[in-house]
Design a protein around this ligand. Structure first.
Ligand code: ZN
Length: 442
């Protein structure tokens, strides 16, 4: 019998991340779980439609799949600048269409629309669950005030599968590679028998404990039910779903909770901004292009008696670390990377640079990350694209342009970005959270 090698570091943060990923199959679950964790740290919820009070402490707002949370230290004046951690809650996946019940040739299937840019092949032959939110008829549940309500639902067991065509029926797959048509080839099966309209809604009604007739709408998506797992000779890697970008949301929640208990000085207001719809361009009422962050920040100034000028002063002095995943060097495709910049898992946070403003980082931003990492005792590394490769983008440049806030794009180096199961270094989540906490608390 062999004994497992001793762990090289405290795995408690990464264990906690694995739990967060598993609890967050959709953006709605991701913000609900983040809110639960913030409440445990003493944060309370504010509703956007209510008047806001002026007291110090931790608060958050929820809107759909987005969450903005902040902590006002005792004695901080209204013009105090914000130190913001930005991230996004959504991941590429398969989402249920408005008329979901479909099928052919004795198979029952669910019609899905492709969300964002997933690696489609990674969704083949996986056991998939189904989760999201149901919109219920007003008054359908006890305590609803007649305005309708949403109910989270999570069928976290094997329910669906997108079966790959057998190689015997697709000989070209070897010579020409796998070709997938989003409309024809990505429809999951979920059983045998006759297609019946209302089948999925009835199934979900039973799961959620509501009447099928009370379900008026839904936002549902598939997820792999395989739990996150340590991987590698020394278990130095973590495999799991939705690391892009729940890894950053999780680190941001941990850093903000730490800032609320660490005696943050009154010279800054720590903020976590977790947006939805980054994978489709951020243009929504819960995306980074929307007014949510700016409105919330200005209202926190007004709630403390601040003027328009105080809010402008606060925003002018504010800084955002926009955290998202980046590409670790792939050993089988090293030529796709910039030869002098090979980010490695467990090398610490990535500074993401693109002079064409696909990332918002500049030299001053480099200094901001370097200072935070130095304070936290955390290493960091640089990412820049090979000139021959188009560069991705994120919410960083949007935050900088929309709010005029100095923004630095950072992240964590992963492999298999946009796969249904991604791969990161098991130490990096902890290193990122440390750097973010140092940035928030100063
Ligand atoms: Zn991302």
């Amino acid at each position: 019998m062999t004994t497992a090698p001793p762990p090289r570091f405290d795995r408690s943060h990464t264990d906690d991340l694995a739990g967060y990923l598993a609890a967050s199959p959709t953006p709605y679950h991701a913000v609900a779980e983040a809110a639960r964790r913030l409440e445990k740290a003493g944060f309370t919820r504010l509703r956007e439609t209510d008047a806001w009070d002026a007291t110090a402490g931790g608060r958050y707002v929820l809107r759909g799949g987005a969450l903005i949370a902040w902590y006002v230290p005792e004695g901080s004046p209204p013009e105090t600048p914000f130190h913001i951690v930005g991230a996004h809650t959504d991941s590429p996946n398969l989402r249920v269409k408005p008329v979901p019940d479909t099928g052919a040739h004795g198979w029952r299937q669910i019609a899905v629309e492709v969300y964002g840019g997933p690696l489609l092949n990674s969704w083949l032959d996986r056991d998939l669950g189904l989760a999201g939110r149901l919109t219920l008829r007003p008054g359908a549940t006890r305590g609803s005030a007649g305005g309708g309500e949403t109910r989270l639902v999570d069928v976290d067991r094997p329910l669906l599968r997108v079966p790959q065509l057998a190689i015997h029926l697709d000989r070209g797959v070897v010579t020409e590679g796998l070709k997938l048509d989003k409309q024809r080839h990505m429809t999951p099966i979920w059983g045998l028998g006759t297609v019946r309209e209302g089948d999925l809604v009835e199934f979900l009604a039973a799961e959620a404990g509501v009447a099928a007739g009370d379900i008026l709408g839904w936002d549902l998506m598939a997820h792999s039910v395989e739990p996150p797992a340590y991987l590698g000779r020394d278990r130095e890697l973590l495999a799991g779903p939705r690391m892009d970008n729940l890894l950053s949301v999780h680190a941001g929640v941990a850093a903000l909770a730490a800032a609320a208990t660490a005696g943050t000085p009154p010279t800054r207001v720590p903020v976590l901004a977790a947006f939805d719809h980054e994978e489709t361009g951020s243009q929504s009422d819960t995306g980074a292009e929307g007014p949510l962050l700016g409105t919330v920040l200005r209202r926190t100034v007004a709630a403390r008696g601040g003027s328009y000028d105080d809010a402008a002063r606060a925003l002018a002095g504010s800084v955002c670390l926009s955290s998202d995943t980046g590409h670790a060097v792939h050993p089988n495709y090293a030529e796709r990377h910039e030869p002098g910049h090979h980010p490695m898992p467990n090398g610490g946070p990535l500074l993401k640079v693109n002079v064409n403003q696909r990332y918002a980082t500049d030299g001053a931003g480099r200094g901001i990350l370097a200072t935070a990492c130095e304070r936290a005792g955390v290493p960091w590394q640089s990412f820049v694209s090979n000139n021959a490769m188009p560069c991705g983008t994120t919410i960083g440049p949007i935050t900088a342009a929309r709010h005029g806030i100095t923004t630095v794009d950072i992240g964590v180096a992963i492999l298999s970005m946009h796969s249904a199961r991604e791969l990161c270094g098991a130490e990096d989540p902890h290193l990122l959270a440390g750097a973010l906490a140092a940035f928030l608390t100063g």
